[in-house]
Design a protein around this ligand. Structure first.
Ligand SMILES: [Zn+2]
Length: 343
């Protein structure tokens, strides 16, 4: 099969389009013929590497993918060849104490497609049958693939960890990232009032089209926490979605008393300084999470399939041009999700 792979960390140049042996479906696994892979910032971080990340080379990037079933491994029932499926990229053992309690994103043997195993930038992938969901007949494969990681992550963070309630005010720091756009839609569906801080008219217009109630242009406002207090009549934001990290000081200021700061990553920098006075004096909670559970995946993808949450599609590139696709993401030029067309 053809795949995008790399043998060492580095810039775009390390990515190679190569022939590689097609994987086999092991016991409990299904072989999926991938039609689409969707890009995430994770793909770039894994290519560049970080201390402690150990990959089995050659490594394939890619957490998100959708396609059709090509073969069934031993013991797999309830699936047939040719069915269209989307993959849940959160890998778990299914037997540890966390998995048995339904918290499989805290699994003792936790993994993530494209990070701890070879990913979706390939014509085929073997994954556990537990990680598959059927794509309805009239639903697009690009829309399914691009929804998986971002909606799963945003759903677990806002609904399970953040306990979002109708009528609350949610501040989202950033208007372009996939998780932020998913969070915006989930917050609106949950009955919240949503404020988005972003830069650039095009990205803010997209946030508005997805239902944002208030837009703050970061380029025009030096202190967006003050604007949040004006908008909310000095109440502040009940929930702040901050996946930048370096913006924590401003997010802590923008939060209401008893506010929850939700984070699933750091597009800025992993190390930030926290002014503890805000934390105790305002009764703040800093709540982290990563990915989501099988239950979350079913719940949120059902809303995606029904059209109540929607994928925002940017450009599509052929698999062999994955380098150009990642460059576009790295430059931040995309509005919505970038995909790779595989077959
Ligand atoms: Zn487990």
């Amino acid at each position: 099969m053809n795949a995008i792979l790399f043998h060492q960390h580095g810039n775009i140049e390390v990515l190679e389009y190569r022939d590689f042996p097609t994987p086999q479906a092991g016991p409990g696994q299904v072989l999926v013929r991938l039609q689409v892979a969707a890009l995430n910032h994770l793909d770039i971080w894994v290519r560049k590497g970080w201390p402690g990340l150990k990959l089995e080379y050659p490594h394939f990037p890619g957490a998100d993918g959708a396609g059709e079933i090509a073969a069934l491994g031993e013991g797999v029932t309830n699936w047939s060849i040719g069915e269209r499926v989307v993959i849940n990229p959160n890998l778990s053992c299914g037997t540890c104490e966390y998995c048995l309690a339904g918290m499989d994103n805290r699994c003792n043997d936790w993994g993530l497609l494209g990070e701890t195993t070879r990913g979706t930038y390939a014509e085929f992938i073997a994954v556990s049958a537990r990680n598959l969901l059927r794509i309805p007949r009239d639903f697009g494969v690009h829309e399914a693939a691009t929804a998986a990681l971002v909606f799963l992550t945003a759903w677990h963070s806002l609904i399970k960890r953040g306990q979002l309630k109708a009528g609350e005010t949610v501040l989202i720091v950033g208007a372009s990232g996939g998780v932020n756009l998913a969070s915006l839609q989930i917050a609106k569906l949950g009955g919240a009032r949503v404020i988005v801080v972003g830069s650039g008219p095009e990205k803010l217009a997209l946030a508005e089209s997805l239902g944002a109630d208030h837009l703050i242009d970061r380029g025009q406002e030096s202190s967006w926490s003050e604007v949040v207090f004006d908008i909310t009549h000095k109440h502040g934001a009940d929930i702040v979605v901050d996946n930048v990290g370096t913006t924590f000081p401003e997010s802590f200021r923008a939060a209401a008393r008893g506010g929850r700061i939700l984070t699933v990553g750091n597009t800025g920098h992993p190390r930030v300084e926290i002014d503890n006075r805000y934390v105790f004096a305002k009764h703040l909670s800093l709540i982290g999470s990563t990915m989501g559970t099988h239950n979350d995946f079913r719940s949120v993808m059902d809303l995606v399939f029904k059209g109540r949450l929607k994928s925002i599609l940017d450009q599509t590139f052929p698999l062999r041009d994955a380098g150009a696709a990642q460059s576009r993401l790295e430059r931040g030029e995309q509005i919505g999700k970038i995909t790779l067309e595989i077959s």
